[in-house]
Design a protein around this ligand. Structure first.
Ligand code: UDP
Length: 236
């Protein structure tokens, strides 16, 4: 099943930037992902990218060790800025123009999030990388991805993860778990399927933004899924 799309938002979880050697930001892994993003860009898509930060820090893990949750979440958001700069660097090394916009303004490092300016970057053929999620604690970068996808009028949200899609049970624990080709927002929410957090799913549902969950660790999969050939689950 394919979706007609011209402008897409790609959500990269922090964990997909990690290497097998335990590096939280692995330059080889990022270079490969950047090459795939560049390939899609050259096919004429307009691309927004939202990066996570879970490879470096999650507020909830800090809170589990006694840290104030909001403080931990701000640390997590700063981690996403590091990842965004790493992705920007990898893309620019292969000649792709990018801009990073952060939901938490830090003017010496990157642009603040300004929707109209982001729109202009896309018109000029640049990839816009959105960092710092929604800019507030108690949210995730999945919610940031859904929000930016809605604001930037993206045709679909592609969630690049390390699994092939959405299953009816955890495939690591249940060998008979079945992957959905398509599944409704309602089923995902009612059965609490592990796709994105509920607020992100609801925002996509309310704005009719399909979510395509696919394995970005598999080489060539981003382009294949865009052609409607790769393995994925479409939440719609
Ligand atoms: N975070 C936040 N607000 C946001 C986005 C992120 O507080 O709008 C914090 C939160 O602590 C989160 C961390 O940043 O755990 C890293 O983001 P996330 O867990 O979404 O990254 P991913 O799982 O995609 O790597």
């Amino acid at each position: 099943m394919t979706i007609a799309h011209k402008r897409i938002l790609l959500k990269l979880s922090g964990e997909v930037l990690m290497g097998s050697g335990g590096l939280s930001i692995d330059p080889d892994v990022i270079a490969r992902v950047a090459a795939e993003i560049a390939d899609v860009k050259h096919q004429g898509y307009e691309l927004c990218v939202v990066v996570g930060g879970g490879n470096i820090f999650r507020g909830i893990s800090g809170a589990a060790r006694g840290m104030d949750r909001a403080t931990g979440d701000y640390m997590g958001m700063l981690a996403t800025v590091m990842n965004a700069l790493a992705v920007q660097n990898a893309l620019e090394q292969i000649g792709v123009e990018t801009r990073v916009q952060s939901a938490i303004p830090m003017s010496s490092v990157c642009e603040p999030f300004i929707r109209r300016r982001a729109e202009r970057h896309l018109e000029k053929g640049r990839i816009v990388i959105f960092a710092a999620g929604v800019g507030s604690p108690f949210f995730t970068t999945d919610s940031g991805a859904a929000l930016r996808a809605a604001e930037m009028k993206c045709d679909a949200l592609f969630k690049g993860t390390s699994v092939d899609g959405v299953y009816d049970a955890d495939p690591k624990l249940v060998p008979t778990a079945k992957r959905y080709d398509t599944v409704s927002y309602g089923t995902v929410l009612a059965q609490d399927l592990k796709v994105m957090d509920a607020s992100a799913i609801a925002l996509c549902r309310d704005n009719n933004i399909p979510i395509v969950v696919f394995n970005i660790r598999q080489s060539g999969n981003l382009a294949a899924v865009l052609r409607g050939e790769g393995v994925s689950t479409i939440v719609q």
